[in-house]
Write a protein that binds this ligand. Structure first.
Ligand code: PAF
Length: 279
């Protein structure tokens, strides 16, 4: 496994990899969710590149950039064990050198949900992912369904900007108690960790209601809201029932697929989770 930092090193190492190349963009502090993306890339591609970069431009001024968890030696051990060919660990100066002033703004699909709560977040994500794509030139790129809106934004960008690659979205990975894997789970104390299972439990309740014939979007949103509000350590930031491709909120009856998603504070930790109905 080769580890590089600069764009020149990355390009030289990339040229030696057999095509197709799969890219797994990460911010490090890897967990089983990331490793499931790496395994999908390993299964489907001849060359596998993983990037590790905590992208400052996708964090808001009040967000946790300075305390974002990291453990590079552990990440590298895990990636080596998965048979990754190339790890790119750029510095902030490599990605955003002095004088940097170019941004990628995806429009409508960045407005609701996470975009409404985290202004500028998707501009940072789209910009850094476009830069990763340009540098690595993968044939496939792997993202997790856990960040459902991010996956939609990147698919939109790839289509609109004619990036010659396929975006692969892999299923959410969960702990045994249902909590979706996230680097932020380490911030939860034991009581909060227990309370945090309310997110997946509320999605399960929605799925059960849907399977019993409930098709009213507002009724499904209410199931989630009521369960989160009943958990003393949890505070609901938003709940949504939207069209999975446009992210437009569904009013009234669900006719096709629907993306149920939420953001919840458990203590001071902000968690997100989602479920697609009608698949
Ligand atoms: O999902 C993430 O970890 C990040 O948003 C990504 C895609 C690596 C861009 O910084």
């Amino acid at each position: 496994m080769i580890t590089v930092s600069t764009i020149a090193e990355l390009r030289a190492a990339r040229q030696c990899l057999p095509d197709p190349v799969g890219l797994v963009p990460t911010m490090g502090f890897l967990h089983e969710g990331h490793l499931s993306l790496v395994r999908a890339a390993r299964d489907e591609c001849a060359g596998v590149v993983v990037s590790i970069f905590v992208n400052p431009t996708q964090f808001g001024p009040k967000e946790d950039l300075s305390i974002y968890p990291h453990d590079l030696p552990r990440d590298l051990r895990l990636l080596e064990a998965e048979g990754v060919d190339l790890v790119w660990i750029p510095t902030v100066e490599v990605m955003y050198p002095p004088g940097y002033q170019t941004w990628v703004d995806v429009m409508d699909v960045t407005k609701p949900l996470e975009g409404a709560m985290r202004p500028g977040h998707f501009r940072g994500v789209a910009t850094v992912v476009a830069k990763l794509f340009n540098a690595v030139q993968p044939q496939k790129a792997y993202f997790g369904q856990k960040d459902a809106q991010q996956a939609v934004v990147i698919q939109r960008m790839v289509q609109d900007m004619n990036f010659p690659l396929e975006v692969v979205v892999c299923p959410i990975r969960r702990d045994a108690d249902g909590l979706a894997l996230s680097s932020r789970n380490v911030y939860l104390n034991p009581a909060e960790r227990q309370a945090a299972t309310v997110l997946s439990r509320s999605l399960l309740a929605v799925q059960t209601a849907y399977q019993s014939g409930e098709r009213n979007a507002s009724a499904l949103r209410k199931i989630i809201a009521a369960m989160i509000e009943a958990e003393p350590l949890a505070h609901l930031q938003y709940v949504s029932c939207a069209a999975p491709d446009t992210l437009q909120e569904i009013e009234g009856v669900i006719t096709g697929r629907a993306l149920l998603s939420m953001a919840v504070y458990v203590g001071a930790t902000r968690l997100i989770d989602n479920l697609v109905l009608g698949e």
